[in-house]
Design a protein around this ligand. Structure first.
Ligand SMILES: [Zn+2]
Length: 264
C-alpha cells in the first residue's frame, strides 16, 4: 500500500497556502493511521481469513512518500487454494463503470501499470524495450495457479480500452487488487496470492531488501585506512522528510507477529 497524498485526511488539513510536500508530519501520521486500519481489516476482521502470522516493512520512496510491504500467512483452514477462492479476493480487470463507478475510477487512478516498453521507453520498468514486470500481461479467461510462480489471474479480453496517460490500455495493464481494500483506502494497493514456496521466498527477500546505495573502497591490506566513517555513512544515507518524521512519532518501521526468538 502506497500513501496517496490526495487523501482527504491530508488535503483537509492544509491551509490555503500550504503544499502537501511541505507537511511530512501530516503524511507520516495519516499513513500510520491508514496502516493501523489496514492491519485491523486483515488481522482482526479477517478479510482474507484467519491470520496465523504476518510481517510488514515500511519503506519510503525517493520523493518521500511511505509505502508498506505486508506479507500475511493464513491459517491452514483459511488458505486460498482454488481458482474460485483466488477470484474472490484478487481482481485483475477493470470493473464496469455503470455498475461500479467508484471502483472503476479507483482502478484507473491507482491500479494501471504506466505505459512502458516501446510505448514509453523512459519508464523505469523498461529494459531493452520490454517491461521487467511483464506488462502487458496475457489475456486469460480463467485464473490458474502456476507452478512455482505467481498465479495467472482472470483477465478477460472484453475489447474495451481506456485512455491512461495518453495511451490506450486494456485489462492486461491492471495491477492485481482487492476491490474492498481499493475502494476503502483509495490508493495504490496491490494484492497478490502466493502459495508456492518459491514465491514466498522471493517475497521475504523483497521485504527485507537492503538500501539502494553503499559506499565502499578497495585498499591495500598492508595499508588499510578507515577513512572518514562519518562522511561515508552520510553519503550513503538518504532520508526524506516523511522518513525523518516517522521515528519522531515513534512509529515502528517493521512488525512481525508472532514474535520469533532464535535460541542457541
Ligand atoms: Zn512496465
Amino acid at each position: 500500500m502506497t500513501c496517496n497524498p490526495s487523501w482527504h485526511e491530508i488535503m483537509d488539513e492544509l491551509l490555503p497556502h500550504e503544499e502537501v510536500q511541505n507537511k511530512p508530519d501530516l503524511i507520516a501520521r495519516v499513513f500510520h493511521a491508514k496502516l493501523t486500519k489496514l492491519k485491523k481489516d486483515i488481522v482482526q476482521k479477517k478479510l482474507f481469513g484467519k491470520v496465523a502470522a504476518y510481517v510488514y516493512v515500511i519503506e519510503f520512496q525517493k520523493r518521500g512518500l511511505p509505502h508498506v510491504h505486508f506479507l500475511i500467512i493464513l491459517d491452514p483452514r483459511s488458505k486460498i487454494r482454488t481458482s474460485d477462492q483466488y477470484d474472490e479476493h484478487v481482481y485483475a480487470e477493470i470493473p464496469e463503470q455503470k455498475t461500479n463507478p467508484n471502483l472503476y475510477e479507483a482502478v484507473l487512478k491507482h491500479m494501471m501499470h504506466d505505459p512502458c516498453g516501446n510505448d514509453n521507453l523512459g519508464n523505469v520498468c523498461t529494459r531493452d524495450g520490454n517491461c521487467k514486470n511483464h506488462y502487458p500481461r496475457s489475456f486469460s479467461e480463467t485464473t490458474s495457479t502456476g507452478h512455482n510462480s505467481y498465479p495467472i489471474y482472470r483477465c478477460r479480453n472484453d475489447g474495451k480500452k481506456y485512455l491512461v496517460h495518453r495511451v490506450q490500455l486494456d485489462n492486461r495493464w491492471v495491477i492485481p487488487y482487492n476491490p474492498y481494500l481499493l475502494a476503502k483506502y483509495d490508493c495504490h494497493i496491490n494484492v497478490e496470492v502466493c502459495s508456492t514456496i518459491k514465491a514466498v521466498k522471493y517475497l521475504y527477500k523483497y521485504i527485507y531488501k537492503g538500501r539502494d546505495l553503499v559506499v565502499f573502497a578497495l585498499s591495500n591490506p598492508d595499508n588499510i585506512s578507515i577513512g572518514d566513517e562519518i562522511s561515508s555513512f552520510q553519503i550513503a544515507r538518504w532520508i526524506s522528510p516523511p522518513e525523518a518524521a516517522w521515528p519522531i512519532f515513534r512509529f515502528p518501521l517493521n512488525s512481525i507477529h508472532p514474535t520469533l526468538s532464535l535460541c542457541k
